[in-house]
Design a protein around this ligand. Sequence first.
Ligand SMILES: Cc1cc2nc3c(=O)[nH]c(=O)nc-3n(C[C@H](O)[C@H](O)[C@H](O)COP(=O)(O)OP(=O)(O)OC[C@H]3O[C@@H](n4cnc5c(N)ncnc54)[C@H](O)[C@@H]3O)c2cc1C
Length: 399
Amino acid sequence: MAAAKSVLISGTGIAGPTLAFWLKAAGFAPTLVERAPALRGGGYVIDFWGLGYDIAARMALEADVQRAGYRIRELRVVDGRGRRVAGFGTRVFSDLTGGRYVTLPRSGLSRLIFERIADDTETIFGDEIVALDERDDHVAVRLLHGGERRFDLVVGADGLHSAVRRLAFGPQAQYEKHLGYVVAAFEAEGYSPRDEDIYVMHCAPGRMLGRVTLRENKTLFLFVFAHEPGAALPDLAAQKALLRATYGDGRWECPQILEALDRAGEVYFDRVSQIRMPRWSKGRVALVGDAAYCVSLLAGQGSALAMLGAYVLAGELARADGDYARAFRNYESFLRAFIDGKQKAAERFATAFAPQTRFGLWFRNQVLNVSALPGLARLMIGRDIVETMKLPQYDWPGR
Ligand SMILES: Cc1cc2nc3c(=O)[nH]c(=O)nc-3n(C[C@H](O)[C@H](O)[C@H](O)COP(=O)(O)OP(=O)(O)OC[C@H]3O[C@@H](n4cnc5c(N)ncnc54)[C@H](O)[C@@H]3O)c2cc1C
């Protein structure tokens, strides 16, 4: 079998540029195609540690990640008048990981990874795959604007609403497990009060609203609320209207935050869902990151798992000497049980995240307070933070 060399990767989020980096290290020629006209900015912040952090370090990104990161020192739950009712100091995360734990904008991490490959990787912005036709020795790809191209392999790293998944495996509804919440996030400049480096959140049954300060006098706001949306996600005006309808009677800073929302030009808005597929590849097409196995924000680890999948996929392709079918099989068998465990844990956590009853809220707050006790914090949080899996070692002929 001839060695597969050219790989089209759809999506320049987290998984896509990571895969391009390691495919180059494996001696492949990746091309990236991204629907957005440029690398996406804004969005929300993520906690970043564990295997994703280790991979970033192997990409010589550790210093940049530390520089871009924030060190959140407290998670604080407040009541309708802004008084603290629960929470804990978050130093335990840093202690448990030896300082290898930061909070940073998802778009910032994506940019850092992309910058490592931007100079020598073909990247097509403002375009997308609209048809895939697998032949014996290549995949014929039609781009919306760029016409027909041929590649040895195609990888969908295009997130929860992956187009590659839809084209190669069928409609999203077959694979999406909605966890019963909607998430929205936006940034505002000049918002006050600030509470530097504290994640402040206010909850009512079935809804949560939080804020965290960013540099340059910005604040990021995060909404998570119970909702069963129909298939289509509404447009910006309808999203704002839904947030207003859901939080309009809220106390704490709800009215003020909704006013800031009215002025926001960009809002991240999506269902909180997982993707569960029986297979992550089909012929010459594979999926990675949220496109294949979205764990949802409730796992707090989707970026790390996107990077892990990209690293393992490239490593297995490097090892398989052109036998992409074997590489795809090994990629999946190495990660499947680990990812399944993360998805199940996130699903269990869903009820605790924005409890739907007053008792559920009270109980969740007691659990948070118990997490403040040093010994218990190690026991309760350590289980989820300290990874048992070790990164596999591969040979990288292109490095
Ligand atoms: C509110 C929130 C909080 C989170 N918190 C954390 C956290 O604390 N820690 C953590 O590790 N993870 C967290 N996550 C999850 C994490 O952000 C995702 O798992 C991660 O971004 C997945 O990376 P990805 O590259 O697979 O997909 P994405 O980052 O979604 O990137 C997909 C890319 O594909 C592009 N694209 C989409 N469709 C097409 C198309 N048709 N053609 C071409 N390009 C396309 C998109 O524009 C985007 O650039 C959180 C998620 C949310 C929503």
